[in-house]
Design a protein around this ligand. Structure first.
Ligand SMILES: NC(=O)c1ccc[n+]([C@@H]2O[C@H](COP(=O)([O-])OP(=O)(O)OC[C@H]3O[C@@H](n4cnc5c(N)ncnc54)[C@H](O)[C@@H]3O)[C@@H](O)[C@H]2O)c1
Length: 300
């Protein structure tokens, strides 16, 4: 069995760690977990955003903020230690922190530091989180779930102008599948999920992700000539490329949906799977014919 082989998790009194939990989708996940009675650790690189979100959510000692760089093993180990010290351990691990590669563009315009930063956060960040937390979760023996935030961009099919980001998300979808296969053989009540945010364009900080880019991973040259854009610019670009007004996702609903899927211990947590299923079938057919499979065409 690869899915749903264990009973759902009751979140009340359990502890969740949410990387990238200070803003965007992560923040909506935190909000939903708190509403269901869980303790939550926000692990984020942005101190000001942790402070702002913690003050707004006002959950007393059920909410802990830990400044964390998911690319850094020592930082993630300190996060796991802080979680244990405050709440005894982690039951729900949302590996959600993510960045772009710094402005899209053509694959050959991407610089080595674009790759290092994007893969550092999106791929190594997931790998390090799993290495630091999962042995502790297995040893603890409590029901636990690891939820990796991927993206339809890469997880299902690439957006051509987001090649590095798409490659990073394909990597974590594949890794999480292998993680789940191994957890199923392990015998502990620990399972994994892949979460694919969807439902329209998302008004989050992703398109200004370069605000958190490390000094030693800055671009050396021109790169794509673009480092970030506002959400309004994104909406305009997509509207121009597609000729229609794009749908906008409700981030709070999306966060609650992710938490529902995690508690139900679904392996794939995604909406709109009927549409995606068609694309995936077309891709499989094209690959089986030895042809280039169809991609996402949202015009970014
Ligand atoms: N926004 C979208 O359209 C979309 C679509 C599909 C998937 N996703 C994925 O959803 C996840 C959340 O993104 P979002 O859209 O909410 O963006 P966001 O920028 O609002 O949130 C990302 C959070 O990650 C934090 N972060 C960045 N680098 C970090 C690091 N090194 N260590 C710890 N924290 C770090 C940021 O400070 C921020 O709070 C990402 O994995 C993203 O790839 C987003």
């Amino acid at each position: 069995m690869t899915d749903g082989d264990l009973p759902p998790i009751d979140p009340a009194g359990r502890t969740a760690v949410v990387t990238g939990g200070a803003s965007g989708i992560g923040r909506a996940i935190v909000d939903s977990l708190l509403a269901r009675g869980a303790n939550v650790v926000i692990a984020d690189i942005e101190t000001a955003a942790i402070n702002r979100t913690s003050a707004e959510l006002d959950a007393g000692d059920r909410l802990l903020g830990v400044v964390t760089d998911v690319m850094d093993e020592a930082s993630v180990r300190a996060l796991a230690d802080a979680t244990e010290a405050a709440f005894g351990g982690c039951d729900l691990l949302f590996l959600n922190a993510g960045v772009t590669s710094g402005g899209g563009g053509l694959p050959w315009q991407q610089e080595p530091n674009d790759w290092r930063w994007c893969f550092g956060v999106n791929v190594f960040g997931v790998g390090i989180g799993v290495s630091e937390f999962v042995p502790r979760m297995i040893e603890r023996g409590e029901p636990a779930q690891i939820i990796v935030t991927s993206s339809g961009d890469g997880g299902f099919a690439p957006v051509a102008t987001a090649s590095v980001y798409a490659a990073s998300k394909a990597a974590v979808s594949c890794f999480t599948e292998a993680l789940q296969l191994n957890l199923l053989r392990q015998g502990a009540p620990v399972r994994a999920s892949v979460f694919y945010p969807s439902g329209g364009l998302m008004d989050t900080g992703l398109y200004t992700a370069a605000r958190n880019r490390h000094d030693h991973l800055q671009r050396q040259g021109e790169g794509t000539g673009r480092t970030s854009m506002t959400f309004d610019q994104l909406v305009e670009r997509v509207a121009t490329a597609t000729g229609s007004t794009p749908a906008i996702a409700d981030i709070d609903e999306l966060g609650a949906f992710a938490v529902d899927g995690a508690l139900a211990r679904r392996f794939i947590i995604a909406r709109d799977l009927d549409t995606t299923g068609g694309l995936l079938h077309d891709r499989a057919d094209a690959i089986a014919r030895g042809e280039l499979p169809p991609s996402h065409r949202i015009g970014l």
